[in-house]
Design a protein around this ligand. Structure first.
Ligand code: GAR
Length: 212
């Protein structure tokens, strides 16, 4: 610790939409989470999360995937922006794009995602409706390291949310989202404090494998 407090980990946050998870991270950073959000990057110019970032005085960048001929060239441009920021952690917070294997490998062990289900259940989209259709008694959210296979990287932290008899996809999503806002800053704190690592495909906390 220095006179100005612990070192802050430089991060970037990638979004596509509302950015409520981004807001939770901004709030946590203002309350002492040791990260510096160097930039918020969106693939959509209309993403409300960009406004949240501006309100917090954070640099924003829009990289519209429609401006690039293919996934590889988009991901190369994205990587250039991330590296330019000096980010040591890439935080995917509702970034609704499939990433190329090359991009994922480049940030292996330093890229996190949050997914609105209890992985490995319900990878992909429409997780709340699918949990209801499957009759799940418990649903939730997962923070995981990103690996090339979609929504399949090593699990770091999960929050369980009981399904209620009258739940709609929207009511369930709202309760899951509240839990997302709790667990994502917590997982980021572990990483920023050097407690969380990816080692040979396993997530380790304080040197011990995490078993969800
Ligand atoms: C969140 O529920 C997040 O888990 C989900 O998108 C939402 C973004 O909300 N991510 C995925 O589905 C990724 N596969 P937010 O923009 O308000 O944070």
């Amino acid at each position: 610790m220095s006179a100005t407090g612990p070192r802050k980990l430089p991060i970037v946050v990638l979004i596509s939409g509302s950015g409520s998870n981004l807001q939770a991270i901004i709030d946590a950073a203002q309350a002492g989470l040791p990260v510096e959000i160097r930039a918020v990057i969106s693939n959509k110019a209309e993403a409300y999360g960009l406004e949240r970032a501006r309100q917090a005085g954070i640099t924003t960048r829009v990289l519209n995937h429609k401006d690039y001929p293919d996934r590889e060239s988009y991901d190369a441009a994205l990587a250039a922006v991330i590296d330019d920021c000096g980010a040591e952690l890439v935080v995917l917070a509702g970034f609704m794009r499939i990433l190329s294997d090359g991009f994922v490998r480049r940030y292996e062990g330093r890229m996190l995602n949050i997914h609105p289900s209890l992985l490995p259940r319900h990878r992909g989209l429409d997780t709340h409706a699918r949990a209801l259709a499957a009759g799940d008694a418990v649903h939730g959210a997962t923070v995981h390291f990103v690996s090339p296979e979609l929504d399949a990287g090593p699990i770091i932290l999960q929050a369980r949310v009981p399904v209620q008899p009258n739940d709609s996809p929207e009511s369930l999503a709202a309760r899951v989202l509240r839990e997302e806002h709790r667990i994502y800053p917590e997982a980021i704190r572990w990483f920023a404090e050097g407690r969380l690592k990816l080692d040979q495909g396993r997530a380790l906390l304080d040197g011990k494998p995490i078993s969800p």
